[in-house]
Design a protein around this ligand. Structure first.
Ligand code: PMP
Length: 296
């Protein structure tokens, strides 16, 4: 494992940042979770774009150009020697003093961690997730805009803890209007009569890159109808199939929601087609990390 901090590579035990970094003191920063499949970084340009948008959203000037940031990510993956990896890119406000004033933070800290990740054991991909609706809601866009991938993840962390206490894998968060928004680190889809449906971007969600890929694959290769529409928990309960999407989780079926069994209690046929099509696509597309992809 290799960790990039501000232009240098470190081993895990030597990778350190200041305790005065406002990323630590205040959650003042933004991040991206990216994957490399088969020696290629998946959707790198889209992740860098969202990273820069998030930084702009919190008035954080990126110390590098988009091209330089993308190259730093690719170089760090190469230094790790991994072909399949999870990449965490973080940009914090940097070290300041103990006040909130961002002007005291002279230089942002840019961190890239390349490691392996397995969010769920393989059996969960086969059997599907158990979800519960969280008592916590996604914040409104004028509080903490869920479209900004900031370091403030307490809502997700506490919702996830609620799910764990209820014996479930994941939590569904509603927005301020009581409509389904997303899960703690994933977007959510449902299938009604072969038609896909997912909450729209304006419903207070992170614009997931996996979500966008799944919409493209569903409408393109699989020829399915897919709509972005307001959803209620009842729409989830009466769906034929439900699945969630995210860089970490990839595509994974959900088979129980708030005690209701979805479909026949196993990931359904549409979900399975999307899982296979996504895996195939992800394993054959992306920015090459090694000179001759597949040679290592
Ligand atoms: N929603 C939230 C709150 C997330 O943290 C994530 C993971 N980054 C997603 C959705 C899924 O986004 P993506 O597919 O880009 O990983």
């Amino acid at each position: 494992m290799k960790i990039y901090i501000d232009g240098s590579l470190y081993d895990k035990d030597d990778a350190k940042v200041s305790v005065f970094d406002h990323g630590l003191l205040y959650g003042d920063g933004v991040f991206e979770g990216i994957r490399a499949y088969n020696g290629r970084v998946f959707r790198l340009e889209e992740h860098v774009e969202r990273f820069f948008d998030s930084a702009r959203g919190i008035l954080l000037d990126f110390p590098l150009s988009r091209e330089e940031a993308a190259a730093a990510i690719v170089d760090t993956v190469r230094a790790s020697g991994l072909k399949d990896a999870y990449i965490r890119a973080v940009l914090t406000r940097g070290a300041g003093d103990l006040g909130l004033d961002m002007r005291k933070c002279k230089r942002p800290t840019f961190i890239i961690i390349v490691d392996k990740i397995a969010l769920y054991p393989e059996a969960v991909y086969r059997k599907g997730l158990d979800l519960v609706t969280s008592s916590l809601r996604r914040p409104a866009a004028d509080v903490l805009n869920p479209a900004i991938k900031s370091l403030n993840y307490l809502t997700s962390i506490l919702a996830r803890a609620e799910a764990t206490r209820a014996g479930a894998h994941e939590a569904v968060l509603l927005n301020q209007q009581g409509h389904v928004a997303e899960c703690t680190g994933d977007n959510i889809f449902m299938v009604h009569g072969g038609r896909l449906r997912t909450p729209p971007l304006w419903s207070g969600i992170l614009g997931g890159i996996t979500r966008a890929v799944v919409l493209d694959i569903a409408r393109g290769k699989l020829g399915l109808e897919a709509v972005e529409d307001v959803c209620t928990t009842f729409d989830l309960y009466r769906a034929d199939e439900v699945f969630v999407t995210g860089t970490g989780a990839e595509v994974i079926g959900a088979v129980r929601i708030d005690g209701r069994v979805i479909g026949n209690g196993l990931p359904g046929p549409v979900t399975q087609r999307i899982v296979s099509a996504f895996r195939e696509y992800a394993n054959s597309n992306g920015t090459p990390v090694y000179e001759a992809v597949g040679a290592r």
